[in-house]
Design a protein around this ligand. Structure first.
Ligand SMILES: C[S@@+](CC[C@H](N)C(=O)[O-])C[C@H]1O[C@@H](n2cnc3c(N)ncnc32)[C@H](O)[C@@H]1O
Length: 381
């Protein structure tokens, strides 16, 4: 089914320069979204992603001339998705807003509120972040959103790659561990001018110009169950999504520093660490979202879902797809397996990590080669 020649857009093209915008846990590879959208929708069609994360589905859809609708609960994901599908058009306004944000910092802004902040960023950077938290109206201003999203992209990284002390994603998860690690090495945050740093990154991002936007992207900030109810656009011919997985991150904890930079709490909210631990609530979420999707998609829509290989999430997802599209045929494959078997899809009770692509097709569509027909267990040749 997939055109294997399709790759990620090169970084030297406008499409490539924005495609990967926004580090985000469990994001789709751009190439995967390109393959599915090219194969299973046409120019002018509508694509829906109810769990759109950083907006990969929406971004690729828009470049390929499809309209799209996405929902995202997490401010970090939503912000990336909005900025990537509709960045401020004028670089000059972005640069000016970065300067204004730096100028607006107060003497209090440079004072760390805790030990983590003291070791994570130099005072100039901390001052910029605190000013951004107060002054950037990222919910409604396109320019402010662009600046806020650039700040989030470079908020923490390995040393030299961003605005922080050495802080890859894993270290940022535990502030206590990070502080201990820096102290043991006497590793102070690097002195940096955040204004110069962010301006140069904005210039790089804009250097190749813009994509020729041919599709429209609408993005709802909030729960997909509400967003889908409110959606009044064209019915989707393709649903492409990856839901949250049971027992895996709730996308809050691993994003806590970026959520703080958008105005959230100073330290992670540990109590929310396992929001998807409750099986009943998880089943209800998946069931309700897929039921709402059925009402917003055409009867011959294709439903493509990348999900967790572990049993509960996989079966919950497959069950919801089967229930909502009973006339469709369900196919699946392990997204990384060389030779998938039906056992590896549904009979395997082990807690193996990994992902599975499920695709529900109307009878009129040709099944994808290499996938297993879930009903018969036959591998499509
Ligand atoms: C596996 S990620 C999707 C990543 C996405 N495919 C990408 O490329 O960035 C699942 C997303 O669903 C979001 N989510 C979880 N529950 C949600 C809900 N009830 N409504 C909307 N989004 C939700 C999470 O915040 C997370 O961003």
């Amino acid at each position: 089914m997939f055109d294997d020649q399709i790759e990620n857009w090169p970084i030297g093209t406008p499409q490539g320069r924005w495609a990967g915008f926004g580090p985000y846990y469990a994001m789709f590879p751009v190439k995967f979204a390109r393959q599915i959208i090219s194969e299973y929708s046409s120019v002018g069609d509508t694509v829906i992603d109810p769990f759109c994360g950083r907006g990969t589905t929406n971004y690729v859809s828009q470049i390929l001339g499809r309209n799209s609708f996405g929902c995202e609960l997490n401010p970090v994901g939503w912000l990336y998705a909005k900025a990537k599908t509709k960045p401020a058009r004028q670089l000059g306004r972005v640069l000016r807003r970065i300067e204004e944000t730096a100028e607006a910092k107060s003497s209090e802004d440079i004072c760390p509120a805790n030990e983590f902040q003291e070791w994570a960023w130099c005072p100039e950077v901390l001052g910029f972040i605190n000013s951004a938290r107060r002054n950037l109206n990222w919910r409604s201003s396109i320019v402010d959103r662009t600046v806020a999203s650039l700040l989030l992209v470079y908020l923490h990284a390995k040393i030299g790659g961003g605005l922080s002390n050495q802080m890859r994603q894993s270290k940022s998860m535990s502030p206590d561990y990070a502080v201990r690690w820096w102290k043991e090495r006497d590793m102070r945050p690097p002195p940096l001018d955040p204004c110069l740093f962010l301006k140069s990154r904005a210039e790089w991002r804009y250097a190749k110009g813009f994509n020729t936007v041919v599709g429209r992207s609408r993005l709802y900030f909030g729960d997909a169950r509400v967003g889908l109810k409110r959606y009044d656009g064209d019915l989707a011919s393709l649903v492409l999504t990856s839901p949250p997985y049971l027992g895996v991150t709730n996308y809050q904890y691993d994003n806590w520093i970026r959520l703080w930079a958008l105005g959230g709490p100073e330290l992670p909210d540990w109590s929310q660490k396992q929001r998807y631990a409750n099986k009943e609530k998880y089943e209800a979420l998946i069931g309700e979202v897929f039921s709402a999707l059925a009402g917003k998609s055409r009867s011959d829509a294709v439903i493509a879902v990348r999900t967790d290989a572990r049993q509960f999430t996989l079966e919950t997802t497959a069950y919801a797809m089967d229930r909502e599209w009973p006339q469709h045929r369900l196919f699946g494959r392990r997204s990384k397996a060389d030779r998938p078997t039906q056992t590896t899809l549904f009979g395997d009770k082990s807690e193996k990590p990994g992902e599975i692509d499920l695709i529900a097709l109307p009878k009129t569509k040709t099944p994808p080669a290499g996938f297993i027909d879930v009903a018969s267990g036959v591998v499509v040749s």
